[in-house]
Design a binder for this molecule. Sequence first.
Ligand code: C5P
Length: 298
Amino acid sequence: MEITEKAYAKLNLSLDVTGKRPDGYHDLVMVMASVELCDDVTVSLRRDGAVTAESSLPWLPRDERNLGVKAARAYFAALGEDGLGAEIRMVKRIPVGAGMAGGSTDAAAVLRALDRLTGADLGEDRLREIALSVGSDVPYCVSGGMALAKGRGEILSPLPELPACHVVICKPSFSVSTPDLFRQIDARAIRTRPDTAGLTAALERGDLAGVARRMYNVFEDVLPRSGGEIGAIRGKLLDSGALGAIMTGTGSAVFGLFDRRETAEKAHAALAGEYRDCFLTRPAGRIGRGETGAGHDG
Ligand code: C5P
């Protein structure tokens, strides 16, 4: 038997770095959203203890550097099952090195698939614990949807879904290494921070323009090229009618929120002529509540 899980991409509607921790990680405050843009992750069990991975991107690592493989190993270790293994196949659509949690969401999809395939049914909390041993964004990706994330990213509370809207995402030609960018940020030196409380209050009101206006990512000021391609893409999204546009995660992808489908389509078409990785998508709801799309056409 095999199971295919949709692994939704993540966007940061806000990202704040509040301090450096003794364990070397940073304390973060982030508003996270899932979008329908996804990878497909197909998993089946093996009885020989081996974990294999292949993907539509032949250059992706197939060993423990692949977060899907790391997730499978962590899952079997938590179960105390030495003899179990997994075969993982991934159809990649989420760009790599984009700040969209592509590797983390694939890892979370592997955990969900294995939890069903083994019948262990560990539950969301236990899966999130295992997920944290794989990476900081993986606990969020276990269920996705709108969430406030604190700590390393693992202290999660649900937020109201985004009002119906359209999302245009565009990744510049360069990728970003997350550890590199974290090394460059000094939490004490950050002068402008997102108004996270104002953003979540706008979400509670269902005020899309209010959300979009408050989107902010402290990493945009760290990235040396933010004045270049990132700024150019942000400018094009805003000129095309985006209600707000920022970089997601540690970059390099930039996204804009739109209230009207036609406006979003035009913005997408304009950027797609210039950049290879451009996507028109919509918010996706939390996994496991029988709903996948929060947005509506029109
Ligand atoms: O947890 P993960 O392996 O995904 O993190 C990748 C890198 O990002 C870490 O090695 C660390 O440099 C940085 N990071 C951080 N603080 C966080 C999350 C990630 O410093 N909360």
